[in-house]
Design a protein around this ligand. Structure first.
Ligand SMILES: [Zn+2]
Length: 523
């Protein structure tokens, strides 16, 4: 690892006032000039040695720029400047009000998180109001969550299809969330209560999002046994409503599916070729994180045959690690195989016994379900952007490591794709896939969300056993023009904003003829 290059901040002739506005690149307020950086603008094009001027919350100019009086200078020779990274599937909103510096995110260069995932987003008006009165260091956008809305309408009586009247009430709630600024509708169809919905219910609710100019993002109905059918359901929504649809945390989550990445990419590409606006996000790990109950799509927890199937095909007993378990805190950090040794029975019997306990199905687990080669191949799909699916606590390292792991091990060491492609996948593609304008590109008038990093040094340090270890190699992070991270730590500046969907009239598209939510909803 090479030594970190010290960078300097110089204030030129402080106090002088410069006239003119943003468009000329001659700002009237004190501005910052980031000089001599290797600029990756997020488009996927090659780096250019350029200067970038930040004025207020925006990028004022890009090019060969002379300093102006009163300007702060950041000497960035040898470092790479990119748009701040956008995490399109995040659970980092948990606990963010108590840890407003968002260190897991900004230490990796993430400047925007997109929450409300897996069907979980609700009451966005209140969320956004809170982020305005009590801001944090990252921007926050959100989807409206199908599961939350279904839970509000159906209460505890959710294990059935909804009536037409209930669907009408859900549509009203989706509309309310869209009016509050939701990016679209998210579903978590492997979870209660979403798993009990008929495809027609989801289709009807997605239309409300589509008509409001929003989109659809989904933790699909199956990531293992009925994976292909679940993907068909998502594609059908995109085709029927001519709306953008995104697969959350794309994965082949079952041993029987391993090695089918090429086939999957073929299915995705054919749908796009037919005009479906289909995209995905993906995180760089072979372990998912969820709860015990999700292993049983029929919720037949005492079925011995099903249990044998789970442990033979979905995740081995050695690969299931307990992340949280209210009834058994002593099991946290242990694998199911290790717990079975303690209890003196087989892993299958242990699993069924734990599921029969109060809170058993919602016990948090991290489980190995994917093959490394598939993750690598799927991550190369040009329409797949990087996400974390992460939190700032727990055993899974993805919350602190996803973005750094892609830039370090995946790009620099394994050379899966170029650095400029990695940055595109974290910035402009991510912004496009969730519908965030004016971010994800270094261009005049865009918001000044920026990350300055050393691509030779960036690496994740988080791993199982030290999941909250901070990534290295990121020098400075700006959010809306203000420095939120520097010298390896947060600055305590909370310049993040709530990002509400911009209400543009729906672009006419081609017609194609046409809290009972689980406590841990990730995966
Ligand atoms: Zn999920």
């Amino acid at each position: 690892m090479r030594a970190l290059r010290p960078w300097t901040t110089i204030l030129v002739l402080a106090g002088m006032t410069i006239g003119a506005g943003r468009t000329t690149g001659q700002p009237s307020a004190p501005s910052t000039l980031i000089r001599h950086a290797q600029v990756l603008d997020g488009s996927g094009g090659p780096a250019r040695r350029d200067d970038v001027r930040v004025a207020g919350d925006r990028i004022a100019a890009v090019g060969q720029l002379a300093p102006v009086a009163g300007e702060r200078i950041v000497e960035a020779e040898g470092l790479t400047l990119a748009p701040g990274f956008i995490d399109t599937h995040s659970h980092h909103d948990r606990g963010l009000d108590a840890a407003r510096d968002a260190v897991a995110m900004i230490s990796q260069g993430v400047t925007t998180i997109v929450v409300g995932q897996d069907g979980g987003g609700t009451n966005l008006a209140a969320l956004f109001a809170r982020l305005e009165s009590q801001p944090v260091s990252v921007n926050v956008a959100s989807y409206a969550g199908h599961g939350s809305i279904r839970g509000r309408v159906m209460g505890q009586d959710f294990a059935r299809q909804a009536t037409p009247d209930e669907i009408e009430r859900m549509k009203g709630l989706v509309q309310t969330e869209m009016d509050a600024g939701a990016l679209g509708l998210s579903t978590g169809l492997e979870y209660d209560p979403g798993i009990y919905s008929a495809p027609e219910e989801v289709l009807a609710l997605a239309k409300v999002a589509a008509d409001a100019g929003g989109r659809y993002i989904s933790h699909m109905r199956s990531e293992d046994r009925w994976f292909w059918e679940a993907l068909d359901e998502l594609i059908a929504i995109g085709r029927t409503h001519a709306m953008p649809v995104q697969v959350s945390h794309l994965k082949l989550g079952m041993h029987d599916l391993w090695g089918e990445a090429e086939k999957l990419i073929g299915v995705l590409d054919r749908a796009r070729a037919r005009g479906v606006q289909l995209t995905a996000d993906i995180y760089p790990y072979t372990h998912w994180q969820s709860n015990l109950g999700v292993l049983y799509p029929k919720r037949n927890f005492s079925d011995e045959k099903e249990t044998e199937f789970v442990l033979g095909h979905v995740s081995l007993a050695e690969g299931i690690i307990f992340n949280s378990f209210r009834a058994h805190p002593e099991y946290v950090g242990k694998t199911l195989a290790e717990v079975a040794k303690v209890t003196g029975t087989t892993p299958a019997k242990t699993l069924m016994a734990l599921l029969a306990e109060p809170g058993g199905p919602s016990a948090g687990i991290v489980a190995q379900g994917m093959a490394d080669a598939d993750v690598e191949r799927l991550m190369q799909w040009p329409y797949g952007n990087v996400c974390s699916d992460g939190t700032s606590t727990g055993l899974h390292p993805r919350g602190f490591g996803s973005f750094a792991k892609v830039i370090g091990p995946y790009v620099r060491d394994r050379k899966l794709f170029s650095l400029q492609e990695a940055v595109r996948k974290m910035t402009s593609l991510a912004a496009a896939n969730v519908g965030l304008p004016n971010r994800g590109r270094i261009a005049p008038d865009n918001f000044a969300d920026l990350v300055l990093f050393d691509p030779a040094v960036v690496a994740d340090r988080a791993d199982f056993g030290k999941a909250q270890a901070q990534a290295v190699g990121v020098h400075t992070v700006w959010v809306n023009g203000q420095v939120v991270f520097q010298d390896g730590k947060p600055t305590g500046v909370y310049s993040g904003r709530p990002l509400r969907r911009e209400k543009a009239p729906r672009v006419p598209a081609v017609a194609f003829v046409r809290d009972p939510v689980s406590s841990v909803v990730t995966r």
